[in-house]
Design a protein around this ligand. Structure first.
Ligand SMILES: *Cc1c(COP(=O)(O)O)cnc(C)c1O
Length: 431
């Protein structure tokens, strides 16, 4: 498979190059030149297939000729060693729980697959890859956990000192092995700035082979397409489902639109956002106008200029009318989010956290404005215990901390404290 850059100023690359580079040299995002189309035969069989079987079929269509089949199967089975659950809340309302991985958020699917694909690609070179990742909390832990003990790769996480929760900090700083945490005296933008500078620094790049694990990497999108096929396989009408997706950088939604291109022909997508609503506004007006991000309860979605929007524009050749056939966008306030958490609990006995609540609201709203009844699935992005304070306060209940989180609480933090000065960071990397 060959991929081109959305900026269209650099030449096309192989999948291996795209995965190892992350970003194209012209600053654009990589997109497949042609999307593989899944055979009808597969759609007829998938109802009886496991998630890993389905993932393997879809992955083969991307990686054929690139990764040997038996190795691809191994990558999938090692990456997806946890459950995925589609729950029925009522006749028309379903939830796809994507939070059963080690860090209890859907990012585990992408991070664990990407780590193993990268390890495969560097296996026979004597290169050691250094992954730099800036995090405001959750991405860092999914990436760290995904790359833990993966041979040939070391990970350096930069997080802002005293700006992540206690539990998040424990998740970032207690992995050991090939994972190092740098506690930066500054904010998230400082961390991201240091990472960006490192990628441009000649001395650092002479000594280290750097790679990026943030959500622009195509190796994070491909595995996210798998669960859309899985969800459809468990519905009565295999190809005709509405998905409501809680959106921040729009990686998850883009993966769904790719799955649609590959054969989930009649699916429809709801881009559900908090008040950071540039994309719903774009869908309404045709004008894309990023503004400063505002803080909300669904903080992983507080993004003003979603990085994957360039890919969505590319999928629809900048034609907002075409995009509207497949995607509708709605945005919701924090007040509505809290109300949805209570409603889901009271009506269905189901506990959701704020990001998932935004997706729930999106689906409920869509079902209300449609004259015909529609079946829909909202994506549950994170386990409610990850947002314990908000959920417990809103529902006036106590939630048990799952074992996967509890085990970090008793561990000792190990982090290197650094200033937000690039000189110090560079010295650390070159030491
Ligand atoms: C990352 C994240 C999102 C946003 O996903 P995108 O793919 O960036 O749109 C939503 N909810 C949670 C809990 C997340 O961690």
């Amino acid at each position: 498979m060959m991929l081109y850059s959305t900026s269209k100023k650099s030449s096309s690359v192989s999948l291996k190059q795209a995965v190892l580079k992350g970003l194209a040299s012209d600053g654009g995002l990589f997109m497949p030149k042609k999307f593989p189309v899944i055979s009808d035969d597969f759609f007829n069989r998938m109802a009886k297939m496991s998630f890993n079987d389905i993932s393997f079929e879809v992955a083969k269509s991307f990686f054929a000729g690139d990764i040997a089949k038996s190795d691809l199967r191994k990558i999938i089975d090692e990456a997806f060693n946890f459950e995925i659950v589609l729950k029925k809340l009522d006749d028309r309302l379903f939830v796809l729980e994507l939070f059963h991985g080690p860090t209890l958020a859907f990012k585990d699917f992408a991070a664990r697959f990407m780590a193993r694909a990268m390890a495969y690609y560097i296996k026979n070179s004597n290169k050691e890859l250094t992954i730099l990742v800036a995090t405001s909390g959750d991405t860092g832990s999914a990436v760290a956990s995904g790359f833990l003990k993966v041979p040939g790769i070391s990970v350096v996480i930069l997080y802002p000192s005293q700006r992540v929760s206690m539990l998040q900090e424990k998740q970032l700083t207690t992995m050991g092995n090939n994972i190092t945490a740098l506690e930066i005296k500054g904010n998230f933008d400082d961390c991201q700035g240091l990472v960006k500078k490192a990628f441009l620094d000649k001395d650092i790049n002479r000594k280290l082979t750097l790679a990026s694990a943030n959500s622009i990497n195509i190796a994070r999108l491909i595995p996210q397409s798998f669960y859309y096929f899985y969800a459809c396989s468990r519905m009565n009408n295999k190809k005709q489902t509405v998905f409501s997706v809680p959106c921040g950088n729009f990686g998850n939604l883009t993966a769904g639109l790719i799955a649609k291109r590959m054969g989930l022909a009649n699916t429809k997508f709801i881009a559900a956002t908090n008040i950071n609503d540039v994309v719903p506004k774009y869908l309404k007006t045709g004008i894309f106008k990023p503004r400063r991000a505002k803080s909300t309860l669904s903080n992983a979605m507080d993004i003003s200029n979603p990085s994957n929007f360039a890919r969505i524009l590319e999928l629809y050749k900048n034609d907002v009318k075409k995009m509207r056939n497949d995607v509708v966008g709605f945005s919701f306030s924090d007040r509505q989010t809290l109300h949805a958490i209570r409603e889901a609990y009271n009506n269905y006995g189901y506990i959701i956290e704020p990001h998932t609540a935004v997706a729930y609201l999106g689906l409920k709203h869509y079902q209300k404005i449609n004259t015909r009844p529609v079946d829909g699935i909202f994506l549950a992005a994170a386990h409610p215990a990850k947002f314990l304070d908000i959920v417990e306060k809103t529902l006036k209940i106590k939630i048990d901390l799952p074992k996967k989180l509890k085990k970090y609480a008793g561990r000792n933090k190990r982090a290197v404290l650094l200033s937000n000065n690039f000189k110090d960071f560079k010295e650390y990397l070159l030491r």
